[in-house]
Design a protein around this ligand. Sequence first.
Ligand code: DC
Length: 219
Amino acid sequence: MRVIAIDGPAGSGKSTVARAVAQRLHLRYLDTGAMYRAVAFAVLRAGGDPSDPDLAARTAREIELDVGLDVVMVDGMDVTSDIREPDVNQAVSTVAANADVRRELVARQRRWAQTQGGGVLEGRDIGTVVFPDAELKIYLTADPAERARRRAAEAGDLNYEAVAADIARRDAIDTTRSADPLSEAEDATVVDTTGLTIEEVVDRIAGLLTTTSRSEGPV
Ligand code: DC
C-alpha cells in the first residue's frame, strides 16, 4: 500500500500540494482536516457545545462521513462550504484536541487508505500517528505572514489581521494539545514553501520519491 503523508500547519500549502501530488502519482487524496471540521460542524448543527468531550466523541463515532475530492458530506448533507465557516474555524481545534475524537477519526483514515489501496493524506499527525510507516513523509512550512496571506486570499477575507490572529490561535492549540500534537515526524522531509510556486513544491516532492522508491522499476 502506497501512502504519502503530508503534514503541516494551516496555510502551509498542504491542501493544494497534496492534491497535486495525488494527481501526479495517480493516487487518491484525503483531507483529514475536513473530517475534524465535519465533526465540529455536526456538533454545532445539533446545538451542542464543541468543548463537551462526550458529545464530540459520540458525534465522531455516529456521523456518516464522506470526504471526497471536492465534496464533503455529513449524514447525507453537502457541508463542503459550511465546514469552512468562522463558527467551525472557531470550534475545530477544540474538537481536534479530544483524544476520543482522534481515535475514531484515525481509525476511519486507516480504513480509508486500506480500501483505496493507499493514497495521499494531509493533516497534522499523518506521518507521526496515522501512518508512521508511510513511504514518504513531508512536513510543509511557510513563514506565518505568508500563511496568513494565503488563508486571507483563499477566504476572500480582506481582514488580514483577523486571519493572522486566527491562524496563530489554532497553531498554538494544535501544537500544544496533549493528544497527538502537530509536530514533525523524525523522518519527515521539511519543505519550506515560502516563496515557492505549487509546481516547485510538487516537483521537489516527486523528486524525493524518485530517489527513495525502491522496487518501482520494470522487472
Ligand atoms: O487543515 P485544517 O485547517 O482544515 O484542519 C482543521 C483542524 O483540524 C485544525 O485545527 C487541525 C486539526 N487537524 C488535526 O488535528 N489532525 C489532522 N490530521 C487534521 C487536522
